[in-house]
Design a protein around this ligand. Structure first.
Ligand code: NAD
Ligand code: UDP
Length: 352
């Protein structure tokens, strides 16, 4: 069975992907600095698997380390060799992701996301590991009014965070071109990940106040925030509020597995692929669906538009379907149910 390094594996998407890979029998190595996460997420991942009578303790190796420090990454590759499971491929989630923080602290974002990735790629080269699935983002695109976004559409980020993602895609592209017959690369552009594993044992646990809409809705539902402030009611959409493509985090995890398997079995290539659902949901619709599915009120009020915001960001997912034979299985109702189940069972996230 293949040995996979997951950077940022204790975070929101990383922990759900780690669960899926362990379930499928992969050996999983994790490097995480815990700058935005808790190692308790992995304890819960093990609990979910043990509840299913799957013992995977000998398949999971966790190392605290920072991608900004090359020797930390080296240590993970060394430890994989020591246990005779040298790393075959990397799923690279580790990164900082707050759009607003990236505007206030751009150097922190460039250093963490871009320097961290360059360090990772150098160490991968050193150990002749040349397969990588990278977490990119829909924030690289220039928005189109009401058209689905395709991978070859114009990219024009509006904040440093988006630029770090686009820059990393560029670096990966250059790297691929430098050794076309070596590297296997997939940059996956996620739309709006949300929801949680159905068990309610793992989910999204942002440090501090979340910026994103979905975790704010669950925080209002649990009573930690008073209301949702809707950023703008005049966006020129069907109800005037912003439209996004919310994708269940387990669908996203499956997307990573499909991309990984595709890369491992096909010839070297460099792919850029949208992972979304192709369906748009407005802010008001999301609030209403959450209220209906969970029988709970979500108070809201209208506020002014957020700087740099977009009206409509929804994926065209035909390339993912074609190339990876992947498509999302969960609905927006599932996202609302599972995300609330996690929040309700863990009002304080992983601090419980
Ligand atoms: P997250 O913050 O929950 O997880 C990121 C993980 O990376 C955390 O565990 C954090 O501690 C770790 N990390 C950050 N910098 C590190 C470093 N230098 N060294 C080691 N570990 C480090 O975020 P997430 O939602 O799981 O997102 C995962 C990836 O997907 C990120 O790269 C993010 O930019 C990207 N992404 C997320 C979204 C989203 O809305 N969640 C959307 C598009 C893209
Ligand atoms: N949004 C909002 N109030 C909030 C946070 C977000 O109205 O407190 C809106 C935002 O304007 C956008 C949608 O919710 O239309 C999704 O925003 P989010 O930040 O979650 O994702 P992104 O804009 O990065 O896709």
């Amino acid at each position: 069975m293949k040995n996979i390094l997951i950077t940022g594996g204790t975070g929101f998407i990383g922990s759900h992907t780690c669960l899926l890979l362990l379930e499928k029998g992969y050996n999983v190595f994790i490097i995480d600095s815990y700058i935005n996460s808790s190692e308790n997420s992995l304890k819960k991942v093990l609990e979910i698997l043990e509840n299913k009578k799957q013992s995977v303790r000998k398949k999971l190796y966790v190392i605290e380390g920072d991608l900004k420090i090359k020797s930390d990454i080296d240590k993970v590759f060394q430890s994989s060799i020591k246990v005779n499971k040298s790393i075959d491929a990397v799923i690279h989630f580790a990164g900082l992701k707050s759009l607003s923080e990236s505007i206030n602290e751009p150097l922190k974002y460039w250093e963490n996301n871009v320097v961290g990735t360059i360090n990772l790629l150098k160490i991968m080269e050193k150990y002749n590991c040349k397969t990588i699935v990278f977490s990119s983002s829909a924030s690289v695109y220039k928005a189109k009014s009401d058209k689905l976004l395709k991978e070859d559409d114009i990219c024009e980020p509006v904040n440093p965070y988006g630029y770090t993602k686009l820059t990393i895609e560029r670096i990966l592209c250059d790297l691929y071109k430098s050794y076309p017959s070596h590297w296997r690369i997939a940059s996956l552009r996620y739309f709006n990940p949300a929801g949680a594993h159905y068990s309610g044992l793992i989910g999204e646990d942002p440090f501090g106040n979340p910026n994103n809409l979905y975790p704010q809705i669950t925080k209002v539902a649990i009573g930690k925030l008073n209301e949702i402030k809707i950023f703008g009611s005049d966006w020129g959409t069907k109800d005037g509020t912003g439209i996004r493509d919310y994708i269940h985090v387990m669908d996203l995890a499956e997307g990573h597995l499909s991309a990984l398997n595709h890369l491992l079995k096909e010839k070297p290539q460099n792919l850029t692929i949208n992972l979304g659902t192709g369906k748009g949901t407005s802010v008001l619709e999301l609030i209403k669906i959450f209220e209906k599915v969970n029988s709970i009120d979500i108070p809201f009020s209208f506020d002014k538009r957020r700087q740099g915001d977009k009206a409509f960001v929804v994926a065209d997912i035909s390339f993912a379907k074609l190339k990876l034979n992947w498509e999302p299985k969960f609905s927006i109702e599932d996202i609302c149910r599972d995300g609330w189940n996690w929040q309700l069972n863990n009002p304080n996230g992983y601090l419980n």
